[in-house]
Design a protein around this ligand. Structure first.
Ligand code: PHE
Length: 339
């Protein structure tokens, strides 16, 4: 009985100031595991003649605790709603989500792939970090070719040489090592060259390699394929010309020019007043390269080309500075729509 009196005083004196304190009060006085619950459990231990009175006392204590709890809870809740404003304004209109857009390089790459897929090309992939074999040696680069030197190539390791690929032609080797003709594939990707960054050059840019290996592939196939591409990409009036050139991995080799898309061949500063702009390197795959990859060079021939995606995008949209592609200025990027 004495204990009940003390608990009664404790309950009457309770004045919880926070939800934590209120929860402590609840655990102590309310429910089966509380001190009062404990007292209920002990009623049966009380001698029968005192049991009734004890039971009443405990019941009163329970009601007292519940009322006190309810009162403190209501007080805390009214304080809550009176004081704390929510940390945001529920009446503000919601922010309108701005949908992103594809990067112009992505749009251009997708369009290039789309054009070539329609004439039977698939897409292959290769690593950006390459060994000397795939980037140079298998492509018929002589041991002391200047393109291997530090000024062009970002080397990661020396002896054996590991470097960032300087062109997507490395993927030609990877594909031909693993597949026998007929092969007709595109290899888009990033390439890396140690060049000073300017409006016309960057140390990271994108190329699409394309090549076709089969029986009886000739230079005519190369010409027609790129002629088709140029018209699809730049319009039916586009003219194409092939200039003799040199690459270690193609023989004969040609650089491919199209009539300037910007001045329509009349002459402007993009085409340096020649009316022509270069879009790709190309040629018939050198038999040595086929042999290096385990392809029978007596039986098969092939053509290959490699074009810069930035270059195509610049011509398509009349963009005059390569650096814009990597500056991530939204005002620049949001202008481009797939074509
Ligand atoms: N790899 C060459 C370059 O980066 C382009 C090329 C590809 C030329 C395929 C011929 C054949 O300049």
């Amino acid at each position: 009985m004495q204990g009940i009196d003390e608990l009664k005083k404790e309950i009457e004196a309770a004045d919880c100031q926070s939800k934590d304190e209120l929860e402590k009060f609840r655990l102590r006085f309310i429910g089966r595991k509380s001190v009062i619950g404990d007292l209920f459990a002990r009623i049966k231990e009380i001698p029968p003649e005192q049991r009734k009175e004890f039971g009443q006392q405990v019941n009163e204590l329970k009601n007292l605790a519940q009322n006190r709890f309810q009162a403190m809870k209501e007080k805390l809740e009214s304080q809550d709603s009176g004081q704390e404003a929510p940390p945001f304004d529920l009446t503000l209109p919601s922010a309108v989500g701005v949908p992103g857009s594809l990067h112009p390089i992505t749009i251009t790459r997708n369009r290039i792939i789309e054009i070539f897929e329609k004439i039977g090309f698939n897409v292959s992939d290769g690593p950006e970090i390459e060994d000397d074999w795939h980037n140079f040696t298998a492509l018929n680069f002589p041991p002391n070719h200047p393109a291997r030197e530090m000024q062009d190539t970002f080397f990661i390791e020396k002896d054996p040489d590991i470097a960032l690929r300087t062109h997507t032609s490395s993927v030609q080797i990877r594909v031909m090592e693993n597949q026998q003709p007929p092969i007709r594939t595109l290899c888009p990707g990033r390439v890396f060259r140690n060049e000073a960054i300017s409006a016309r050059a960057h140390c990271i840019f994108h190329q699409v390699e394309g090549f076709y290996v089969n029986e009886n592939v000739s230079f005519v196939d190369l010409k027609q394929t790129l002629f088709h591409f140029a018209k699809e990409m730049f319009g039916p009036d586009t003219k194409v010309r092939y200039r003799p050139s040199y690459f270690p991995f193609t023989e004969p080799s040609a650089e491919i020019d199209i009539s300037c898309n910007i001045c329509k061949g009349k002459g402007c500063n993009v085409c340096k007043y020649t009316g022509w702009v270069e879009i790709a390197g190309s040629g018939m795959i050198d038999p040595n390269v086929l042999t290096n990859c385990g392809i029978d060079a007596e039986k098969y021939t092939g053509f290959a080309f490699g074009m810069g995606i930035e270059r195509i995008a610049m011509l398509k949209w009349e963009i005059n500075d390569l650096r814009l592609f990597t500056e991530n200025d939204i005002r620049f990027l949001e202008q481009f729509k797939p074509f």
